[in-house]
Design a protein around this ligand. Structure first.
Ligand SMILES: [Zn+2]
Length: 117
């Protein structure tokens, strides 16, 4: 699904949260980039709310943040942030139950520590 738009404030907030709270390795370099200036160039064809910020986002990409979501009705999803060559390329949202409507999480849905599961 082709798109070309500025990232929405609630989407940028989720990426900022991931970098602050669920980093994989040292993500300082990504945190100082202006997440609010990312452009969404593609939505996932499956209908989920995964966001591509670069063409061919999967090619050679590396995980820089990883967390999960629990929605208010108990449904879950994984959130994975990918980079390539120092740029954020993809926010992946993996809905655990693909039969349910896809959605984009809010900050309040994020970040339940593994120890409390
Ligand atoms: Zn998808």
């Amino acid at each position: 699904m082709v798109a070309d738009r500025q990232i929405a404030p609630h989407e940028a907030a989720v990426i900022g949260w991931l970098l602050d709270n669920a980093p994989v390795g040292d993500v300082t370099a990504y945190r100082i980039q202006t997440v609010e200036e990312l452009r969404v160039i593609k939505r996932c064809d499956c209908g989920c709310f995964s966001l591509d910020f670069q063409p061919n986002a999967w090619g050679g990409a590396r995980i820089i943040a990883d967390s999960w979501v629990v929605y208010s009705d108990g449904q879950r999803a994984d959130l994975i942030l990918w980079e390539r060559e120092g740029k954020i390329v993809l926010l992946e949202i993996v809905d655990y139950d693909p039969r349910l409507p896809h959605r984009f999480p809010e900050i309040s849905n994020l970040g339940i520590p593994a120890s409390s599961c």
